[in-house]
Design a protein around this ligand. Structure first.
Ligand code: HEC
Length: 100
């Protein structure tokens, strides 16, 4: 019985992780891909060279850029002010993970 409980907890937490990942991909596709999927105007997700120097600044700097925008064309929250800070950060995590 104990074993069954821990197996089901493992399955539930795995499913939870999977849906979190899918939510990030969905946010990326709907809110960010228009500028980040082709190399212009934003750095292309998956292009390691385009992200190397950015990733080197550290995640906090990238979160701040994504949340507050940058002078070089990244709009605050990609223009999606309806998204929470946590959703934006999770999407940055996804973009960085795909780009290194
Ligand atoms: C209207 C176009 C546009 C949209 C939409 C957009 N971005 Fe960007 N993004 C840019 C541009 C342009 C840059 C490069 C800005 C720079 O170098 O300062 C950028 C840069 C970034 C960077 C790197 C910032 C840095 O400090 O190097 C991150 C992280 C980022 N965007 C995340 C996102 C996320 C997350 C979304 C969706 C919620 C998003 N962007 C949507 C245009 C966009």
């Amino acid at each position: 019985m104990k074993k069954l409980v821990s197996v089901s907890i493992a399955v539930v937490s795995l499913l939870g992780m999977m849906s979190a990942v899918q939510a990030d991909v969905k946010t990326y596709r709907t809110a960010c891909a228009a500028c980040h999927a082709y190399g212009a105007p934003g750095p292309k997700v998956g292009d390691k060279a385009a992200w190397k120097d950015r990733i080197a600044k550290g995640m906090d700097a990238l979160y701040t850029s994504a949340l507050k925008g940058t002078a070089k064309g990244m709009p605050p929250k990609g223009g999606r002010m309806d998204l929470s800070d946590a959703e934006i950060k999770a999407t940055v995590d996804y973009m960085v993970a795909e780009s290194k």
